[in-house]
Design a protein around this ligand. Sequence first.
Ligand SMILES: CC(C)(COP(=O)(O)OP(=O)(O)OC[C@H]1O[C@@H](n2cnc3c(N)ncnc32)[C@H](O)[C@@H]1OP(=O)(O)O)[C@@H](O)C(=O)NCCC(=O)NCCS
Length: 314
Amino acid sequence: MDDFEVRHLKESDIPDALELMRESLGETELLRRTPALFRWKHLQNPAGRSIMLVAEADDRLIGLRTFMRWRLELPGGGELQCVRPVDTATHPDYRRLGIFKTLTEAAVTEARADGVHLIFNTPNPQSGAGYLKMGWTQVGPIGVLARPKLGLVKRRDTLNPSRTVDIDAEPVRPDRLPAWRSPLGLRTPRTTAYLTWRFNQHPTADYRMIMEAGGLAIVRPNSRHHRSELLLCDMAGDIGPRVARAVVRRPGFAYVAAWFSRGTPERAASIKAGIIPLPRVVALTLFARALSPMEVNVASLSSWDLALSDLEML
Ligand SMILES: CC(C)(COP(=O)(O)OP(=O)(O)OC[C@H]1O[C@@H](n2cnc3c(N)ncnc32)[C@H](O)[C@@H]1OP(=O)(O)O)[C@@H](O)C(=O)NCCC(=O)NCCS
C-alpha cells in the first residue's frame, strides 16, 4: 500500500492516536491510555521528546509509531544516546500492508540523523517478527524473580480485580535517595531529573520507597490476575538482603515480583530474601539494533544491567 501519508504527530493528533492504541493494544483499569500518560512518556521525558510518526489515509489516522528517547551508561564510562520503540499500532483494517514497517524505517532514519547510537525494546511476537526483518537482533529473555507469601497466595481478591493494596510507605523523594552504584553493563543513568520523572511524575503508577539498613527499595503495588502483587522495581544505597526482606515483610500482598540482571547485587540480595528466579517464565524479550559501532556486545544479555524500573514503562 503506498497511498498513505507519513508525517510527524501533532499535539492535536493525541486523542486519535490514543484511540488507535486502545483499539489495537487494549486498555485495562490499571493501564489507562490517557493523554497524561502519553505526554509523560513522549513529551515530558528529560531525555527528550520522542520521535512520533503517524500514517494517515482516507482522512484518518491508520498508523502510529513512537520512539522514546533514552540514555544508557557504559560500564567503562561514557553514555549512549538511545531510542526505545514503544507504542506502535496499525488500524485493524490496514494491517499487513507495510505501514508499521514504513513508519519504523522512517523513525530509524530520523534517529540516525539525530546521532542515536542504539535502539532497544521489548516487542511482542507480532511486531518482533517485523523488527527481525528490519535488522534488529533478539538479545534474550527477561524472566521474573518472585516470592510468594504463603497463606495469601491462594486468596483471590475478588472484590475488585483492579484494586491495588495500599502500602504504608513514603512516595519516592529523589533528593533523599542514597547513592546509586556504577553500571555493570548497559544501565540507565539514575540522574535526579530521570528519577523525578520516572518515580514522581508518572501519572498512573504509584511508586513508594522503603528504607532499611542503609538500603533503599523502590516498590509499586499492583494487581495481576486478581492478586495483589508488590513489584520491587529498583534498589540503591547498601544493597543487601535486609532491605529486600523489608520488602517481603510488607503485609497484604500475595507475592513480591522483581527483575534484576544476572550478576547484579540487587539480584543477589533478592535471592537471599527468597525472591527467586521462576524457571522457564519469560516476561519479555529484549531486542536491540546498533546504529553505530559499539564497544560492548549489545546482542548479549550479559552486556545489560537492567532492573524492573528500566523495563516497565506502562
Ligand atoms: C504489530 C502491528 C503494529 C504490525 O503492523 P502492520 O502495519 O500490519 O505491519 P507491517 O505490514 O508493516 O508488517 C511488517 C512485518 O511485521 C511482521 N508482522 C506484522 N504483523 C504480524 C503478525 N500479525 N504476525 C506475525 N508477524 C507480523 C511481519 O514480519 C511483517 O512482514 P510481512 O508482512 O512481509 O510478513 C499491528 O499488527 C498492530 O497494530 N498490532 C496490535 C498492536 C501491537 O501488537 N503493537 C506492537 C506492540 S509491541
